[in-house]
Design a binder for this molecule. Sequence first.
Ligand SMILES: [Zn+2]
Length: 130
Amino acid sequence: MTSTRSSVINKSEAAHSAERVSIFDAYSDGYCPQCMLEGRRESMVLNRDDFWECPVCRLQAHSASGGMFAILRQRGERKLKDTLAREHVVGQVLTKDLGARFPRADSSGFGSEQELRAFLDTELRDKPAS
Ligand SMILES: [Zn+2]
């Protein structure tokens, strides 16, 4: 019995590490990219500015033309809509916002998880509430 249980655990650990490698693919399910980097799956929900916001780290993003999903350079304020029927972002390419006056996606996207981490560390204006 004990050996069966431990093999189940090993399988689930393998699945988990595979998820982490494919963060950019996994993202299109509507999960927060920053929380994904930290190994958590948090669904992003619409806030009152009609941006997607993570209820945990307050990362904001918007859906842009061309199937882009652009991370804003400013975090949200947890003014989330009352979303009983939660919508999900699906099939979007992860990128960053250009930081102009109006939301506009940088069409180059993130080339790697490292690029995404660098952006989160250096270009986001407000650190997540911990
Ligand atoms: Zn998050």
